[in-house]
Design a protein around this ligand. Structure first.
Ligand code: ATP
Length: 449
């Protein structure tokens, strides 16, 4: 077994490609992420989220929603359509500009995104020099037809980002919520990009989920809010368990900025292949609302009654990938250590993100232990996702729960029948304490908090 585990200095510093493999394998083996359509040989770059993955991904999205919507009074939610007419993408600039430069290697026929090559003269696949074709601009949007006839009038696009839904609904939200700048609209949902080089597992896929928020502010305050959201979003990842040294905020250089942006920073994570983007925070000015107002003919402004003035709010946009973020949480949480002289794999996920919060483990399958264990599980289920497991030795079952990140295991043993108490075991410290069943919920609550 190669040396690993956080203790062995896995992060930060030089990291081995095997670490991605370890996490990918664990996710396949334990039902987090499966390659899509696997029984038909798979479908490149699409993934299915299994019983544990769907819980983890949902918890990532819920944690974001909790921070963005629930804990604040100034952001409301939205769930806009995925299918949209060309007019939206004409106005947003995506039809014209949402392209990546595509090159083919004339020797090995592999295809690359020119802007992502370390050396634009050397093929990373076969090593040939100056073997690339001229770059072609390739539009990343998935085009389809709404209705039975495949004609120009029926063209529709799968959204390549969720953000346009917020701009298009700006007036609807203003009218229905009594919000005024500064306020935000948040959305979580699927986006689709016909990526030239999908890669690195769920990091870059053609179908993915985003968590985006458009924060509308008075123009004079936009710089302040941009700084605020950069700090806030970086902190969110730390608060949810990613060590600060695996995160950084990188401001875009002037030549990286889109023409309308006066500032963009990426929250980057130290992936096994190096620093890469988790989320972009952009100061978008009034570009989006102005473009949609011009193209639609609708007024997309705010009228400040107190000041008697009308203005187009500026927009600060924190845009994160939910599936990509899930990959980062998994990579950061993956650890190997030794317990009682035995190696174990443990996912040190933040309790809010862990698929199951509690495992209920009867020491034996014998009655009345099994019934008592069912009772304890039933007591906890209205509050927490519970995994009940009664197969194999208790040690094996602890390991299985450690490997999927379950923060707490509750063991029901023969004494439990007499003393009406159970043992709680902590995933990270492996410490065990005895707790009366009638105080179990309080104890779990305080440990998960
Ligand atoms: P990149 O330069 O990596 O292609 P981007 O800068 O175009 O990404 P944005 O348009 O800012 O990405 O999208 C916001 C977020 O959505 C990204 O930070 C990322 O987390 C996520 N995201 C974008 N494209 C993909 C994808 N193909 N697969 C998974 N997540 C993605």
């Amino acid at each position: 077994m190669p040396p690993s585990g956080r203790q062995a200095g896995r992060y930060p510093g030089p990291v081995a490609a095997t670490e991605l493999d370890q996490v990918v394998n664990l996710c396949k083996r334990r039902g987090f992420v499966f390659p899509s359509a696997e029984i038909y040989g798979g479908f490149r770059s699409t993934y299915d989220y299994g019983p544990l993955g769907v819980l983890l991904l949902r918890n990532v999205k819920d944690a974001w929603w909790r921070s963005m919507v629930q804990l604040r009074g100034d952001i409301v939610g939205l769930d806009a359509a995925i299918l949209s007419p060309p007019a939206v993408w004409e106005a947003s600039g995506h039809l014209k500009n949402f392209t990546d430069p595509l090159v083919d290697c004339k020797v090995c026929r592999q295809r690359f995104r020119l802007d992502k090559l370390d050396d634009p003269h050397t093929c990373p696949n076969c090593g040939s020099k100056d073997s690339f074709t001229e770059a072609r601009q390739f539009n990343l949007m998935f085009k389809t037809f709404a209705g039975p006839v495949e004609e120009d009038a029926a063209v529709a696009y799968l959204r390549p980002e969720t953000a346009q839904g917020m701009f298009v609904n700006f007036a609807n939200v203003l009218q229905t919520t009594r919000k005024k700048p500064p306020f935000g609209i948040a959305q979580i949902g699927k986006s689709f990009r016909n990526e030239i080089t999908p890669q690195n597992w769920i990091f870059r896929t053609r179908e993915f989920e985003q968590m985006e928020m458009e924060f509308f502010v008075p123009p004079a305050d936009s710089s302040r809010w941009y700084e605020y959201w950069c700090a806030e979003r970086l902190q969110w990842f730390v608060d949810h368990g990613i060590p600060a040294e695996l995160l950084r905020l990188r401001a875009h250089d002037a030549d990286e900025l889109s023409h309308y942006s006066s500032g963009t920073s990426d929250v980057e994570f130290l992936f096994p292949w190096g620093w890469d983007e988790l989320e972009g925070i952009a100061n978008r000015g009034d570009y989006d609302l102005t473009e949609h107002a011009t193209h639609s003919g609708e007024r997309l402004e705010y009228f400040d009654q107190a000041a008697g003035e009308r203005y187009v709010p500026h927009v600060i946009e924190p845009a994160a990938g939910a599936t990509r973020t899930m990959a980062a949480f998994l990579l950061a949480a993956y650890d190997e250590d030794e317990v009682g002289g035995e190696r174990r794999t443990v996912l040190r996920l933040h309790p809010r993100l862990a698929p199951y919060k509690v495992a209920v483990l009867p020491l034996s399958k014998k009655e009345p232990l099994l019934s008592l264990s069912h009772e304890v599980a039933a007591l906890l289920r209205p509050r927490y996702l519970v995994d009940e497991d009664d197969t194999q030795s208790i040690g094996r079952r602890y390991r299985r729960q450690d490997e999927i990140g379950t923060p707490l295991a509750v063991t029901v043993d023969f004494d439990s029948i007499e003393d009406k108490a159970v043992t709680i075991r902590d995933r990270d410290s492996t410490e065990q304490v005895r707790v009366p069943i009638d105080r179990l919920i309080d104890e779990i609550e305080s440990r998960l908090a």
